[in-house]
Design a protein around this ligand. Sequence first.
Ligand code: HEC
Ligand code: HEC
Ligand code: HEC
Ligand code: HEC
Ligand code: HEC
Ligand code: HEC
Ligand code: HEC
Ligand code: HEC
Length: 464
Amino acid sequence: MQSKCIVLTIIGLITLSLCTMAHAHPEVDLEELYLELSKEAIACIECHKKESPGITADWGAGVHAKVGITCITCHKCEVGGAGLSRGHYKQYQRSDHKYGTSAYRVPVAALVSPMLCARCHFNEVKEYSRSKHANTLELIWKIDPWLRYGMNSDTERITGCFVCHGSILKVKDGKITSEGWPNVGVGRINVDGSRGSCISCHTRHKFSRAEARKPEACGRCHLGPGHPQAEIYNESIHGAIYRSEGDQWNWNASTREWIPGQAYRSPTCAVCHMCKVGTTAMTHDVTERLSWELQAPYTVRPSDFEPFPAKTDWKAERNKMKAVCLKCHGKLWVDNHYIQLDRVIKEYNEVYFKPAQDMLNRLYKNGLLDKSVPLDEQLELEFYELWHYEGRRARMGAAMMAPAYTWWRGFYECKKRYNTFMQEAQKLLSTKQPAYRYQDLPNATGDTEVPRRLSENSDPTAKE
Ligand code: HEC
Ligand code: HEC
Ligand code: HEC
Ligand code: HEC
Ligand code: HEC
Ligand code: HEC
Ligand code: HEC
Ligand code: HEC
């Protein structure tokens, strides 16, 4: 929010706050900009300044306005092109607005895909489109029980899962349907077949680099019981330093000046996972720098993760991440951190996951649990939560320096879960009574067919 606030505190008695919203007018000098623009391009800004001042001010406060990239650059589309807003033509038949006449008429699309950004930011789009972020829909349709078995409703998916993971956009009768939009999930499938959404982190219409460097940009998706990276970061020393003094860091620094020790003192999510730091190059592929699949039931190397094998070598990626740490820490400190992490992985895999899985398989074999539907028996749920909740928290807490997540919300809860799981399993084995099956999963009405567009060509940038 662009607001200029003057806060005067008079000996703790009166706090007077004068806030002037800079939202009503763009920060860019429009008169100067208009000298370079076509009359159609000026019309967009002039009309939208009135009709949608929020959007226009955001655009005006961002870098694009300063370099002459305006509404028309991103939204003009082919006549009859995918995503064309037929309704917008009406704006050029208005008698109440100077620019509302056919002299300014241009075909406009509401949708703007990464392929448009690729015209000027080719590398970012190329890297992004090979990442797990961009391909997550294909992946979750391969492995997720809620989707594959239709165990929740399409409404729950559209307003839950797909807000983070991304939707499949559809246009019907010149209108984008409500099954897919609004949506800015990381793996959105666009009407041109491209994957992903740049505005997941660079929100429109500022498209700011500074915003994406802050942990809040990631934390709106990376939180909660199964992937609490935001909470983990908050708890770590790195996050504590960010909270205590981050407002003084130079967030707008260029890539060259975004240097540890100069622009910032402790890393954010983006610093460790994406930014250029020392010899580690900037990347829009968050799968880089990872040496484990910490979210998987059984932890494996990224290249061995069958549903979506990364085309990376874990040792090389680990060295990239280590090179980031080494800008602020010594080698022994960093090496020992990874030794500790690897011990945690081994402990989780061997002590908790494998024995629980062996027991589950034994129950299936003995007919005490039914394998045809996942999560319809208490023990299946217990097993799911063992790896999906506390098992993930233990591993991720250790990877990102949050002892409360490694132990109290992690291994401690693994122990509790493990014991109740084993106790119940022993009971079934001794009584030879098959487990109770939940008869009714409310609203298990979701489509189980894998959307066809997920198997089509995924990387339009590959053609160049
Ligand atoms: C005379 C006024 C006017 C002009 C000129 C104008 N717009 Fe709009 N535009 C509107 C209004 C009003 C809406 C909202 C319509 C609605 O909510 O249904 C709108 C909606 C939009 C949308 C969303 C479309 C959709 O279907 O949801 C986009 C994108 C857009 N305008 C871009 C542009 C661009 C780019 C230009 C210049 C090429 C432009 N507009 C010129 C008034 C205008
Ligand atoms: C750098 C490219 C870019 C520029 C410049 C740009 N937009 Fe957009 N705009 C986008 C993107 C990306 C979206 C999200 C569309 C999507 O979901 O595919 C969007 C969405 C929109 C929407 C529909 C979403 C909503 O919140 O209703 C409107 C309206 C809109 N833009 C108007 C404008 C106007 C007016 C301007 C100029 C003041 C402008 N845009 C400049 C890229 C741009
Ligand atoms: C016509 C070319 C063009 C298009 C299209 C374009 N950009 Fe840009 N973008 C630029 C230029 C030029 C800069 C400024 C580069 C600089 O400062 O070095 C920029 C800067 C940026 C920045 C850095 C902003 C900052 O705070 O420094 C981001 C993020 C960005 N663009 C995202 C996008 C996204 C997302 C899209 C698509 C919705 C897009 N751009 C479309 C040309 C474009
Ligand atoms: C708040 C945002 C959010 C919501 C809502 C959400 N997810 Fe996720 N999901 C994530 C994040 C973030 C991860 C990444 C976990 C990691 O790598 O640590 C993830 C991971 C996953 C994975 C594991 C993918 C892999 O690489 O192994 C699956 C499967 C999945 N989600 C499916 C779903 C389904 C199905 C729903 C709805 C029933 C859903 N998610 C709801 C954010 C979300
Ligand atoms: C997961 C979050 C995320 C997504 C999604 C994302 N970006 Fe970025 N982007 C960042 C971060 C973080 C930076 C800052 C990197 C740095 O400081 O070195 C950045 C920087 C940039 C820059 C400035 C690069 C430079 O050299 O200064 C551009 C341009 C950009 N992004 C474009 C895009 C485009 C285009 C997309 C869509 C393909 C996209 N981004 C999607 C997080 C994201
Ligand atoms: C709109 C939601 C969203 C935002 C914002 C977001 N992510 Fe993600 N991220 C996801 C989802 C969903 C996944 C899980 C993909 C999967 O495993 O299928 C994921 C996965 C990841 C992964 C694991 C990749 C892998 O190969 O296992 C990393 C690392 C990551 N994100 C980092 C970030 C960072 C850093 C940011 C902020 C700069 C960020 N994300 C912003 C949704 C998001
Ligand atoms: C100090 C550096 C650092 C910071 C800060 C950091 N991470 Fe991580 N992150 C790591 C390391 C190290 C790993 C484990 C890498 C490996 O696999 O070798 C990791 C792993 C991950 C994973 C992968 C989990 C999986 O399923 O495999 C995700 C997702 C992630 N981080 C997201 C985030 C988000 C979101 C933030 C900010 C809220 C963040 N990280 C902050 C260093 C960091
Ligand atoms: C931009 C600088 C910077 C980067 C990059 C960075 N750290 Fe840190 N780290 C710090 C600072 C500052 C502290 C607090 C120092 C102290 O405790 O005196 C810290 C503390 C730590 C701690 C102590 C945590 C605790 O609770 O005791 C560990 C472990 C750590 N970092 C590991 C890493 C690892 C591993 C990486 C790379 C994945 C990394 N750091 C990247 C600056 C950084």
